[in-house]
Design a protein around this ligand. Sequence first.
Ligand SMILES: [Zn+2]
Length: 193
Amino acid sequence: MSVLPKLLPVRVYGDAMLRMKALPVRNFDEKLQKIVRDMTHTMYERDGVGLAANQVGLNQRLFVIDMDYSREDSEPNPVVMINPVIKAGEGEYEMEEGCLSVPGIYAKVKRFNRIKYSYFDPAGEEHEEEAEGYKAVVIQHEYDHLNGILFVDKISKLALLKIKRKLKMIMSTAVDGKNIREDIYDPNVPKKG
Ligand SMILES: [Zn+2]
């Protein structure tokens, strides 16, 4: 029996779930496979490069990433990382980041340029890998989510000052873990009640 994947509501800045330290995944069962399918579907539907489980209200240590995907010219190639551990990092890489949970806000964040990490795939097999540059940044961003950390926690004080009002606006919509509101994405759409 195959069930169509679900579009999961994405929690936004201000939601308590985003500040929790997620718990290790223990069972690599059918339920987990379903979570992985729904999260992957949601990431693509929302045009994300990555999505962590606590962003969709599941307090578990897993995320999905796909750096190469764009709707026009490439096939989806999602990588699911379960119980990931970043073991070492070196160098520095700074780029502008965004987040599905902090819609409409982009700011530069300094991170490691190169990381060593391990994770389990959905079949329960362990992987040890290294990444650098953009991929390393995406993994560090998603890994932070699992520890309750958001990219806006890591930006300069000046940059934070600039986005304060926008953050407050997002927070006001975060009341009960509702789905991302489309009008947050588009500044031309008037704010609805
Ligand atoms: Zn994020």
